[in-house]
Design a protein. Structure first.
Length: 214
């Protein structure tokens, strides 16, 4: 039996990340909830792990914890409530307006609970990243953690990938594995997956930007 102390498999360390060439990239973070991955990215920038600036946060949920994260880190934040728009297209167009107003180069989805339109993806072609709580291509879509438990697999994990029109199907930037313990619940497994998310996401962002600029 795997002990709880060894509940994370050997994963990439990113000890030798390539240097990001050129001007400091400006990131726009999209979040709908508590903003834990957003917080991890901001801390990674402050600690010198990721050479980037977060130009703004866009959040679609009033009162979401992501706004508190933005305030703590001194990051501009804007509410774009999807309920105030008649279509996904008009909502995405407003989000794009905010991103462009902040000169955003890369869009980072950090718990963004909205499907984006093809037009949005084309506006930031190959410069939109998402993080998903499974080892894609397994367990796409919502309830990925529950899907893994229901399937009875022994290992799941986290994937950072480019965003394309097909959900959770873009080119993979990085992955980390997390074993499933015999007594795991959705909550306990998700907590360990989140630990890996917080480590891997800022480093995967650095890798993706460095590769794009190489």
């Amino acid at each position: 039996m795997i002990s709880k102390e060894k509940a994370v498999l050997r994963n990439p360390t990113f000890d030798n990340l390539p240097t990001i060439q050129g001007p400091t990239p400006r990131l726009g973070v999209l979040a709908s909830g508590s903003g834990t991955n957003f917080d991890a990215i901001a801390h990674a920038i402050e600690e010198g792990v990721l050479d980037a600036d977060i130009a703004c946060l866009v959040c679609n949920c009033p009162g979401a914890g992501a706004f508190d994260v933005a305030e703590r880190h001194g990051i501009d934040a804007e509410l774009v409530d999807h309920r105030e728009f008649s279509s996904r297209k008009s909502f995405d167009e407003r989000v794009l307006e905010v991103l462009r107003a902040h000169d955003v180069e890369w869009v980072i989805m950090a718990g963004w609970m909205r499907l984006v339109t093809k037009g949005f993806i084309e506006a930031y072609a190959e410069k939109i990243l998402n993080i998903h709580p499974s080892l894609l291509p397994s367990f796409k879509g919502i309830r990925a953690v529950e899907q893994a438990l229901e399937a009875g697999v022994k290992i799941t994990g986290v994937t950072v990938h480019h965003v394309v029109p097909e959900v959770d199907s873009g080119p993979i930037v990085a992955q980390a594995a997390v074993p499933i313990l015999p007594d795991d619940t959705a909550d306990s497994l998700h907590a360990r997956i989140q630990e890996q998310e917080h480590f891997i996401y800022p480093r995967a962002i650095a890798l993706a930007i460095a590769e794009e600029r190489a």
